[in-house]
Structure formats: structure tokens, C-alpha cells
Write a protein that binds this ligand. Structure first.
Ligand SMILES: Nc1ncnc2c1ncn2[C@@H]1O[C@H](COP(=O)(O)OP(=O)(O)OP(=O)(O)O)[C@@H](O)[C@H]1O
Ligand SMILES: [Mg+2]
Length: 234
């Protein structure tokens, strides 16, 4: 469904992503793991067209999306949940969710999807009228995922959904991610928490200094001595 070929990202002279190639099949959850500064966020941003790739190609459902506008990426069915969540702090929960549906004009289905999001995250329903900036970190993460779901995507790109959250909240968020995946959603999951990411995904790629150095079935990566030493603290 998503095919990334020879993707490169550079900031001035700094090569953040050095020609990486990977893919995500329809209905699959794939983890992209790696240390700080490995180039994970840069990769997601290039796919979502939040920044320009310095080289390479991205195809989605057979169509080349390497140079289309960011709002067209959303129209194609890719929703990014960015690092740091990116909710609109001075808008309410309901308004943030409505923003997620801005590319749509099917009012009846939008209403259905809002019910679905509130089903996944009852906390958001309770706080519908609250300003997003006053939510806890975990609630903001719920809102960011909910907003992404409101575009009725075919694929979700999740950038560090566990970052900065208490373990109980991480559990709650991942329960929902698994539930969304069980409904058939295709997901590319970026995580520094390699154990959690690999336990949740079917396959994984390991990124180091802008390159993919290992890939395979998530279970195999979890048992790989190099992965265990570098990312699982063993
Ligand atoms: N806007 C920017 N300008 C210059 N350099 C940048 C910029 N954003 C990222 N970089 C550099 O690109 C490299 C990759 O960063 P990136 O954020 O993609 O890594 P990451 O794997 O997401 O790391 P983290 O786990 O800390 O989120 C790093 O060396 C970083 O310093
Ligand atoms: Mg990052």
C-alpha cells in the first residue's frame, strides 16, 4: 500500500535520511524503530509532505505522491499523527475533531465517525467543549489520534504516540491503536519504545543514522541479539 524507494531527506548539508527503502502492506502494522536522531520523524514528514524529500519516491496505492501538496496527501487517505501531537490548543476538543474532517463533505458519515472516535476515547466525549491546550498529555494524544481518524484515512502514520506519557496512559493509547488496527487500518508506527512497538506490529524496520540497518518479522526482531542490546536495554 505504501512504497518508499530510495527516500532521502536533508537539512542544509545534513543528511538526515540516506536513501531508505521500505514498504507497508494493506492492513499491516509496521514499526519503524531507532534511537534519537535516527531520522524517523524526517521519514514520516517526507511521506506526509510536511517537508520535501531530497530524493527518492513515495507511492501510495500505486500512485506517486512524492511531490503532491500536503492536503492532497490527506485526500489520498494518509493521516499523520505528528510527534508532539500538534493539537490546536485554543480550539475545543470538538473543534479539533472537526478540523480532522476538513477534507470531507459527507456530513452523515462525519457524524458516524465522531461517534466512533468517542467510542474509542470516552474521555474526549466528556471533554468535548474543553480547550485542547488544557488537556493532559495523554488526552492530547487521544485527540491527535481522534483527529486523524476523522479524515477517514486508509493509512495512519503515528509518530511516537507513547512519548512523555505515564505507563497507564500508554496502555490505554495502545489499546486503541490495536483496536483500530483490528478494524483493518494500515499503520506505520514510529516508536523509541522498541519493545512496545514490536509487540504491537507484524513487521519492523530498524533505523540508525538515517539508514535502515535491519528489518524483519516483529517477533524475529524482538529476539535479535543486536536489537536486544541496542534497543531493549539488554
Ligand atoms: N528542522 C531541522 N533542521 C535541521 N536538522 C534537523 C531538523 N529536524 C531534524 N534534524 C536532524 O535530522 C536528524 C534526524 O532527526 P529526526 O527528527 O528525523 O530523528 P528521529 O529519529 O525522529 O529522532 P527522535 O527519536 O529524537 O524523535 C537529526 O540529526 C536531527 O538533528
Ligand atoms: Mg522523532
Amino acid at each position: 500500500m505504501l512504497e518508499v524507494t530510495g527516500l532521502r531527506v536533508a537539512y542544509g548539508g545534513i543528511q538526515a535520511v540516506r536513501s531508505i527503502t521500505f514498504h507497508v502492506n494493506e492492513g499491516e502494522m509496521v514499526a519503524l524503530i531507532g534511537a534519537n536522531g535516527a531520522g524517523k520523524t524526517s521519514t514520516l514528514k517526507a511521506i506526509a509532505r510536511v517537508l520535501d524529500a531530497a530524493g527518492g519516491d513515495v507511492h501510495f496505492c500505486g500512485e506517486k505522491i512524492t511531490r503532491i501538496a500536503p492536503h492532497d496527501v490527506i485526500r489520498q487517505g494518509i493521516a499523520l499523527v505528528p510527534e508532539g501531537r500538534g493539537v490546536f490548543p485554543r480550539l475545543t476538543v470538538a473543534e479539533n475533531l472537526a478540523m480532522g474532517a476538513f477534507v470531507r463533505n459527507d456530513a452523515v458519515d462525519i457524524e458516524k465517525d465522531l461517534k466512533m472516535v468517542f467510542g474509542y476515547f470516552p474521555r474526549l466525549k466528556e471533554r468535548e467543549a474543553q480547550l485542547a491546550g488544557t488537556l493532559s498529555g495523554g488526552e492530547q494524544q487521544m485527540l491527535a489520534i481522534g483527529r486523524a481518524l476523522m479524515s477517514r484515512p486508509r493509512m495512519l502514520l503515528l509518530d511516537e504516540p507513547s512519548m512523555g506519557l505515564a505507563p497507564i496512559m500508554v496502555q490505554k493509547i495502545f489499546e486503541v491503536i490495536r483496536a483500530v488496527a483490528a478494524q483493518g487500518m494500515t499503520i506505520l508506527l514510529i516508536e523509541q519504545n522498541a519493545k512496545l512497538a514490536l509487540e504491537t506490529s507484524q513487521r519492523g524496520y530498524v533505523m540508525e543514522s538515517g539508514e535502515i540497518t535491519l528489518h524483519g518479522a516483529a517477533g524475529d526482531l524482538l529476539n535479535d541479539p543486536k536489537v536486544r542490546a541496542a534497543y531493549l536495554g539488554e
